[in-house]
Design a protein around this ligand. Structure first.
Ligand code: APR
Ligand code: ZN
Length: 235
């Protein structure tokens, strides 16, 4: 992404639309047949306000300038996500702060997984200062409850989830900085959209075992972040 301008990134995923449909752009809520309603900074003179594009894979249409504005509001990693259907173009990354992910096998079984040992993942993220990719750049962020310990069954499917979580970690998608829905604290490290089990032998918090659907749920949540089995093979 580094050398590409926002306009170039967005163009890469678009097909030009000659005659826009009689619908509104769902980013700016203005008709696709007229100019983009986006007035803010960051949209260069490269494109006309009327130009409309179709995302190549999912087919959803937007003003070109609206997509560029949306891209500029994100972390500008060279990827784009359709705001309607969430299809990801390119490789999505997040804003997880620097830290460490470790794991090892422990010789105990999780409730619901009596036939295998378990994997313990240990995440550690120290507090720090927010970067430009965070909600309040330059302001400190806190990091509560670290190291956070999480558990997976050491089964074939559990190991697959682990491989994909390692990819998610590299792409900075396991945690983000924001407001904790549990504590209400803002400017703090929070779980992103991939659920983890943080309780080992019981299920008092609802984040424990047994939970028969857990591994499939996590695979689905990882897919929503653009991470699939193919990613685990290549990285
Ligand atoms: N264990 C695992 N996941 C949790 C927990 C928990 N104890 N509490 C909340 N979550 C899930 C929520 O279901 C939600 O989907 O994390 C997501 C984000 O919730 P927040 O409360 O915003 O996240 P955060 O503040 O990071 O987590 C709260 O999780 O691991 C613990 O120590 C951590 O006490 C903290 C708690
Ligand atoms: Zn628009």
């Amino acid at each position: 992404p580094g050398s590409k301008t926002p306009e170039e990134v967005v163009k890469k995923y678009l097909q030009k639309v000659k005659s826009p449909p009689e619908e509104d752009c769902t980013i700016c809520m203005e008709p696709l047949g007229g100019p983009s309603g986006y007035k803010g900074p960051g949209v260069g003179p490269v494109s006309k306000a009327e130009s409309v594009g179709r995302l190549a894979q999912c087919g959803h249409q937007y003003h070109f300038q609206c997509l560029v504005a949306m891209y500029n509001n994100g972390n500008k990693d060279g990827s784009l996500q359709c705001p309607t259907c969430k299809t990801i173009y390119g490789v999505k990354t997040g804003n997880q702060p620097a830290g460490k992910m470790e794991y090892h096998v422990i010789p105990h079984s999780l409730p619901g997984h009596p036939d295998c040992k378990s994997i313990r993942i240990i995440y550690n993220i120290p507090p720090g200062i927010q970067g430009p990719e965070h909600p309040n750049p330059g302001k400190p962020f806190t990091a509560r409850g670290f190291p956070r310990h999480c558990y997976l069954p050491d089964s074939e499917k559990g190991r697959k989830v682990l491989r994909l979580l390692l990819v998610a970690w590299d792409r900075r998608l396991i945690f983000s900085v924001g407001t904790s829905s549990t504590t209400g604290e803002s400017d703090t490290v929070i779980w992103n959209e991939v659920h983890h089990k943080t309780e080992f032998g019981s299920n008092l918090t609802g984040h424990g075992f047994p939970d028969p659907g857990h591994l499939d749920n996590v695979l689905e949540e990882l897919r929503a972040q653009g991470i699939t089995e193919e990613d685990a093979l290549v990285e």
